[in-house]
Ligand binder design. Structure first.
Ligand SMILES: [Zn+2]
Length: 298
């Protein structure tokens, strides 16, 4: 049994303690990265960078969550950063092509500051709208008890896992089913973008992006998805997971939470405080019931 992490010594930038921590965590960090990043060299860089960031920001460790959650949060966001750099455009339209999108950076003509500001505003609006549509789609799937659909979509479109690897992970004989989930999900999200109320320009930009006709905005699907917490389950599902209860929705929690920094931190917190978790879940159930009653009356 290895000694627990000595946070005080880490905060004092004690070399010996950092070396010990690095040696004891490195294998698990590599394993985490290896599941997501194919490039071996990149894996080393990501793990090294994560330790550097961890050393630099060690004062920010939340004692309630602990060092491990802190370290894995950093690692998770480094992995996402890397995947983004690798594939700045996650969506290659509605086609089913497997190849990663190639993106050539061409020196853009100089723009005036107001043009730059307008473009930034458009891009932010597009990201928020896409995130909201993605969230609405996840809620539709949850309502239909189609938990695995969200897990498959998130694996392929958001985390960039290949169709055939996803098929294996979810126990499908071939990747046709996975491609279908991706295709129908993107199509429905495009419809939801259309349905959601938004200014014409933003909606046009997102739809053009999704249909691959044009790239009026630089839109990162994974970023929109995670900022909107599109697939993040309701807290009561996480509480149930922390209490090791089983339910159909746990399929989604199991696939989503380990890769989601917010949900995995929340889960760690719930596991550390089961009583608080139970109370929170009861409160949420109550809130939902009230909302449902309110809807009926309306
Ligand atoms: Zn989440």
């Amino acid at each position: 049994m290895e000694a627990p992490v000595d946070l005080a010594r880490l905060k004092a930038r004690d070399d010996a303690e950092w070396r010990r921590v690095e040696a004891s965590y490195a294998p698990r960090l590599y394993a985490y990265v290896a599941r997501r990043v194919k490039d071996r060299e990149a894996r080393e860089d990501i793990v090294q960078e994560s330790f550097l960031v961890a050393v630099r920001n060690i004062e920010r460790v939340d004692p309630a969550l602990g060092f491990e959650a802190y370290l894995f949060n950093i690692l998770g966001s480094r992995v996402i950063d890397w995947l983004r750099r690798k594939r700045p455009v996650q969506l290659t339209g509605l086609g089913l092509e497997e190849s990663a999108a190639h993106f050539d950076f061409v020196a853009a003509p100089r723009e005036t500051p107001s043009q730059v500001a307008r473009q930034a505003e458009l891009e932010e609006g597009a990201r928020i709208l896409l995130g909201a549509a993605a969230r609405a789609w996840c809620r539709e799937c949850f309502e239909a008890q189609a938990f695995e659909r969200v897990a498959v979509f998130e694996a392929v479109v958001v985390r960039g896992i290949r169709n055939k690897d996803a098929a294996r992970r979810f126990g499908h004989a071939d990747d046709g089913a996975v491609a279908g989930v991706k295709f129908r999900g993107l199509k429905r999200i495009a419809e939801l973008v259309h349905e959601l109320d938004a200014s014409g320009a933003v909606k046009q930009a997102v739809l053009a992006h999704l249909s691959h006709e044009d790239r009026p905005v630089d839109l990162d699907f994974a970023q929109a998805w995670s900022e909107a917490r599109a697939a993040c389950p309701p807290r009561e599902w996480l509480s149930a997971c922390a209490r090791k209860e089983d339910g159909a929705e746990q399929v989604h929690v199991r696939h989503h939470a380990p890769d989601c920094a917010s949900c995995s931190a929340e889960l760690d917190h719930l596991r550390a405080d089961p009583a608080g978790s139970e109370a929170a879940s009861l409160l949420e159930a109550l809130r939902r019931r009230r909302a449902a009653e309110h809807d009926e009356q309306a």
